[in-house]
Design a protein around this ligand. Structure first.
Ligand code: ADP
Ligand code: ASP
Ligand code: MG
Length: 401
């Protein structure tokens, strides 16, 4: 089999852990497989680099951030290749560029445009174990880019799709995908299988066990993905098509996203085109706006609330500066989080939202914003209630049963 194995930050977090990963790669190779390993930076390393940059600027150039952040993954890829070589295997470490990963030029969250199979396959055909630095690519102009937080998952899926691997294993620090974050609710249950659609929602809504864009791509390219624990031999969770998931529970999981901020524009001019101008300015700054709520206008004024990633708060503040008084009073609230329930069974059931709101009301948790889609319901609540709310909803939908 041709296998891509991705190892996350904790899994390569120390010398001993990198050695253990080398052992695991070795076992896969000894069993007759052709192996491509994709690695993250050592745990905490990317955050450390971000903090270093923050010592110099609140809004550092995103190009330079990519120069900085891509270094973490280079370190681990080289160390793993050195470890494997020492064990008597032919191994080669490749950067994103060397692996042929071409992206657009949106620094710090670039999208992959192209991956030729040839650079990796040439090394595989030469009998080598290929170790790829995750999370990074290069633009057509040769600029280094990174793929957004958690982006090594995307590297692994994209490479697996490009070389038509039989399997893409995502090794992390928990046994697979759970009904909610097992670090918040210890009654969370590991799922054996989950559909691409549900996984995509969970990942987009804060379940960082898989990066959302990696799930999107896995679905598009039909890459078979299994998430597993690098610390044990347990079976893991298979991400697959909805048809293969026999059970269709109404709610499959609860997700919490603490990296959310709410922007409130109170008393903006209620005229055609104002929303287009505001969100146009945010789009120009490459800010991903999520929920949007506009209240009914009165006396030529209206209110607009929306959420953005908390990490983009400063950039948002900057890009709204140009509007001056036209936006009324501006509030930037970091103390919120987004709480969501996800399940394909919601499509054919009513009353799921009412049950969710009632459960939160019973604990006196106020809902600030609401949004829904076919298979998810999200609410924004105060950050201090986030984890409690996760446990409440987990119990409400009997996910521990
Ligand atoms: P890695 O460094 O291996 O990429 P991450 O920290 O990005 O690992 O993702 C794994 C973490 O995701 C787990 O430690 C867990 O706390 C968190 N997590 C959040 N939601 C879930 C979920 N539904 N199932 C499993 N893990 C989850
Ligand atoms: N090191 C990067 C991050 O922390 C990418 C990854 O781990 O997947 O976001
Ligand atoms: Mg991750």
């Amino acid at each position: 089999m041709l296998i891509v194995q991705k190892y996350g930050g904790t899994s390569v977090g120390s010398v001993e852990r990198i050695r253990a990963v080398a052992e695991r790669v070795k076992r896969a190779a000894d069993a007759g497989n052709q192996v491509v390993a994709v690695v993250s930076a050592m745990s905490g390393e990317t955050n450390k680099l971000i903090a270093l940059a923050a010592e110099f600027s609140k809004t550092p150039s995103t190009r330079e951030m990519d120069m900085l952040l891509s270094s973490g993954e280079r370190v681990t890829s080289a160390l793993l290749a050195i470890a494997l070589t020492e064990m008597g295997y032919e191994a080669i470490a490749l950067t994103g560029r060397q692996a042929g990963i071409v992206t657009d030029s949106v620094h710090t969250k670039a999208r992959i445009e192209e991956i030729p199979a040839e650079p990796v396959m040439a090394q595989i055909k030469a009998g080598k174990i290929v170790v790829i630095a995750g999370f990074q690519g290069v633009t057509r102009e040769g600029e280094v880019t990174t793929l957004g937080r958690g982006g090594s998952d995307l590297t692994a899926v994209a490479i697996a799709g490009a070389i038509k691997a039989d399997l893409c294993e995502i090794y992390t620090d928990v046994d697979g995908v759970y009904t909610t974050d097992p670090r918040i609710e210890d009654k969370a249950k590991k799922l054996d299988k989950i559909s691409y659609e549900e996984m995509l929602e969970l990942a987009s809504l804060g379940a960082k066990v898989l990066q959302n864009r990696s799930v999107e791509l896995a679905k598009k390219l039909s890459v078979k993905v299994v998430t597993r624990n690098s610390f044990n031999e347990n079976k893991g969770t298979t991400i697959t098509s909805e048809e293969e998931c026999m059970e269709k529970p109404i709610v499959s999981g609860v997700a919490l996203d603490k990296n959310q901020a709410r922007v409130s524009l109170i008393g903006i001019a209620d005229r055609p085109g104002i929303a287009a101008e505001i969100f146009g300015a945010l789009a120009n700054a490459a800010i991903n706006v999520d929920m949007i709520v506009q209240t009914v206008g009165q006396d030529g004024k209206t209110n607009l609330d929306f959420t953005i990633p908390a990490t983009e708060l400063e950039t948002a503040r900057k890009s709204l500066e140009g509007f001056g008084g036209a936006l009324g009073r501006q509030e930037f609230d970091n103390e919120v989080c987004k709480l969501s329930i996800v399940g394909v069974g919601m499509k054919s059931h009513s009353g799921v939202a009412a049950e969710m709101f009632a459960a939160l009301a019973k604990e006196n948790i106020n809902i600030l914003m609401i949004s829904t889609s076919e298979i998810k319901i999200s609410v924004v609540v105060a950050k201090k209630y986030g984890e409690l709310a996760v446990r409440i909803l987990h119990a409400t939908y009997e996910l521990d049963k």
